[in-house]
Design a protein around this ligand. Sequence first.
Ligand SMILES: [Zn+2]
Length: 342
Amino acid sequence: MLLIALCLVFCLSPAHATGFNGQSYVPLADWARASGLRCFWLKRGDEIVATNRTTRLVFDKYSRMAEVNGINVALSFPVALDHGTLLIAQMDLNTAIRPLLFLPRFADPKRITTICLDPGHGGKDTGNHTFWHSEKTYTLALALELRDQLQKAGFNVILTRNKDTYVELPDRPALANRRGADLFVSLHFNATPTGKDDVEGPQTYCITPVGASSTDAQGEGANYGPTMANRVEQRSLLLAYQMQKSLVQYLRVPDRGVRRARYAVLRDATMPAILIEGGYMTHPVERKKIYDAAYRRQMAQAMVKGIIAYQRLVSPPPVPMALPITNRLVGTNRVSTLKHMQ
Ligand SMILES: [Zn+2]
């Protein structure tokens, strides 16, 4: 029974695979059923839901954004529609959906002790600039607040800069690597390129999977080779997911999603690494919050919660001996992941 179930979940027959965008695609409904999820249309031909007692996934036709238990997660390839059937790229099942639903077994689930915080920009590099406010000022202010809160929570913290200085991009992950940091968190604030003022909310980036183009690719395509960061990309995705979820739920702000990018500060990190865009300096209400120390304190609290939620996932508590029969099929790790995904 176990072998049959594992085969259904992990080895969908190549006969079901279809080619789009140069990728192998599989019918979403078939994958969902094989993974123990009930599948139905929210809008026939447009939007599909895959759900069970603990999980809810929503996919839209032609969209690169999926909803995973209430949080938006960018896919590498859009969901396709073929003769009334929604299809998903096998690569997205492997690199975005499965790692979030079925917690991978990490070879070295070591405890997180040291966290490297990277306040974006600094010195001659102001970052985004709206009126007389520079992004570099607020990334540093947030980093110092987050450092204090993480230290209170028992973590060691390293900063790539603690004053208004310019630090080269490659030097930032290099410092984290040299000092043996367990996590790398780069802090930024966003702006729309046109100054359009109706976009708000945080987004959290982690490394792009090998063979995919980044979520907001600007000329950087799928043929970019593997980076150092791809070695730990599943952990980075889990960290990004937990961080985004914590920010959205705790701050009650619009969800701009977990996204993928090969930013210079992410691609050379050897530990799980994320880049957070904490909100938009071009949004008239959100920018006032970003400039407010009390709001940044709340944002830092949400980030500490996100890191602690991630830590629980990668260092799960001992698994109870008696498991419900429905959970035995896909292994014990699924139980702890799904609990934490709620
Ligand atoms: Zn920035």
